[in-house]
Design a protein around this ligand. Structure first.
Ligand SMILES: Cc1cc2nc3c(=O)[nH]c(=O)nc-3n(C[C@H](O)[C@H](O)[C@H](O)COP(=O)(O)O)c2cc1C
Length: 198
């Protein structure tokens, strides 16, 4: 039987089916101005290597939206499975009514380059400065430059490489959270020559 007969496809209406994607805790606001807040974002992605840039997409009705527009700074805090519950919860309640850091027992710690705090417990913290805000429809895309990165020191090996497999990162796919699975190989493994046995 031909492959095209064995693998049947169904047509679905256009939608955001890209998966897996990260679900991140974005911090914004400052102690002096609007108090620091957290918003869970799934519409986030890397968009440029040099300069390093990423984007987050936010609905204008979110409490965080006005903070982002006013301060033009945020931190993408990449959660581990230990922060899975906090990641979900911060996406269910608004900072208009709750101090999400306090409610989830998360620690706001100083950023290196921006004024809003990082989430200390998250293994990776990516500090960003907004370059452009683009209204796309339901969401506004904040295109931002990465100005600093903080990494849990315990995840860095003797050669200075990030042991990402030990970070226990979260993945999000079609409304569900997953723990990242086993490694299948490093970047370029498909073209790398196998070492000959001695
Ligand atoms: C897993 C997950 C992903 C989410 N992704 C987004 C997103 O990409 N953009 C957005 O505007 N809201 C997103 N939300 C909803 C906001 O996080 C949610 O409305 C939050 O309560 C807003 O907080 P705020 O009012 O304090 O800003 C997501 C929620 C969850 C649980």
């Amino acid at each position: 039987m031909a492959k095209s007969e064995r693998i049947q496809k169904q047509s679905w209406k256009p939608g955001n089916m890209l998966a897996p994607i990260p679900a991140v805790l974005v911090s914004c606001g400052t102690a002096e101005g609007s108090k620091p807040n957290l918003i869970t974002i799934a519409w986030a992605g890397s968009v440029c290597s040099d300069p390093p840039m990423l984007s987050i997409s936010v609905r204008p009705k979110r409490y965080s939206y006005d903070i982002l527009q006013a301060t033009r700074e945020f931190v993408v805090n990449v959660p581990s499975v230990r922060q899975a519950r906090a990641t979900d919860w911060c996406g269910m309640v608004s900072g208009r009514r709750q101090d999400k850091f306090a409610a989830m027992g998360l620690t706001p710690a100083p950023s290196l380059k921006v004024k809003c705090p990082i989430v200390l417990e998250c293994p990776l913290n990516i500090e960003c400065r907004v370059r452009k805000a683009l209204n796309l429809g339901s969401h506004t895309l904040f295109l931002a430059e990465v100005v600093a990165v903080q990494v849990h020191a315990g995840l860095i090996d003797a050669k200075g490489r990030l042991r990402v497999g030990d970070a226990g990162l979260l993945a999000f796919a079609h409304g569900e959270y997953f723990a990242l699975g086993r490694s299948l190989g490093r970047f370029g493994f498909s073209v790398r020559k196998r070492r000959r046995k001695a």
